[in-house]
Design a protein around this ligand. Structure first.
Ligand code: GLN
Length: 298
């Protein structure tokens, strides 16, 4: 199946608005699956690490919900999908109340990241990394500083979103500190298997699949999966829900995190993107996998 879908990679383009991401080979495609029994199946280019980008929004949301609770989080960010691109600024001005529509678009994710507990940017990043280590079972996961720096130097639109939200009182504290943390979280580097393991925890209602330890409360795992369904694939979430039907979150690096409730976690990597910023090969591969094994939750 990977070989079949790899041919589609030439139909898309690698994201290059973050210059470092533009250097990746567009023909890569890989998938890892981790069942709740711990069985792992992998195919294609699964050894190549990639940065989480927007996939990190799910984990930052889980941590912020655990740190601050639902009332505080949903005071700064809404729960509704948007039909606009992930980095759009337009609704920030027109929505009432003036807060980002959901935590999966850039504005909402920047607001959520600002709520993670910690004294300094490094403390906060350290806590997020530790959370990622625990969920994936991989303590070697770290930030690709080159990618994070590349985004830091070029993120004019994200800076504009942050300044807009500061003006509206959605963000409190230093904008540059909040953005530094956001760029670093986007630069957390993982493999398909790391994502599959994280997906398995979400699929298992927040419990570690080996130890049974509750890594996040059940309701937090449910909130994450719900946002993955309604907003996880940006403004292609509805189409993805119909064709694939798996709670999933994509990133502009070409990664996709999937969680099939009570069954398995999936990690996909295919850096060639469609016009909405989702992996071309990854989405079509997930569609075939979902259809073949009847994974749609609907
Ligand atoms: N770091 C990226 C950005 O803020 C994440 C976006 C994405 O993966 N869609 O632009």
């Amino acid at each position: 199946m990977v070989e079949e879908h790899q041919m589609l990679c030439c139909e898309g383009e690698v994201a290059d608005y973050i210059p470092e991401l533009g250097k990746v080979d567009p023909s890569l495609l890989g998938v890892s699956v981790c069942t709740l029994d711990g069985e792992v199946v992998e195919a294609g280019d699964t050894s190549r690490p990639f940065t989480m980008q927007s996939i990190s929004k799910v984990l930052a949301l889980a941590l912020a919900l655990m740190d601050r609770g639902e009332d505080v989080v949903f005071d700064v960010v809404g729960m509704e999908p948007t039909g606009d691109p992930f980095n759009s600024i337009i609704k920030l001005e027109t929505m009432n109340p003036r807060k980002p529509l959901n935590p999966m678009i850039n504005a909402g994710a920047i607001a959520v990241t600002s709520l993670i507990n910690g004294q300094t940017v490094n403390d906060k990043l350290g806590r997020l990394l530790q959370f990622v280590h625990e969920l994936s079972g991989n303590t070697k996961i770290s930030v690709n500083e080159k990618v994070a720096r590349s985004e830091h130097e070029t993120a004019h639109l994200n800076r504009a979103l942050a300044h807009f939200m500061k003006e509206d009182g959605v963000l409190t504290g230093s904008i540059e500190d909040i953005l530094a943390l956001y760029f670093q979280q986007c630069g957390i580097e993982v493999t398909c298997l790391d994502l599959a393991r994280i997906g398995a925890v979400l699929a298992n209602e927040g419990k570690d699949i080996a130890s049974g330890r509750q890594m996040m409360p059940v309701h937090v795992a449910r909130i994450c999966k719900t946002f993955m369904v309604t907003c996880g694939m940006y403004n292609a979430s509805g189409e993805f829900a119909i064709h694939v039907g798996i709670p999933a979150k994509s990133g502009v690096s070409g990664g996709i995190l999937g969680a099939v409730p009570f069954q398995l976690g999936i990690g996909v990597f295919g850096p060639s993107l469609d016009e909405k910023g989702n992996s071309v090969g990854g989405v079509s591969l997930l569609e075939s996998i979902s259809k073949r094994w009847d994974f749609s939750i609907f």
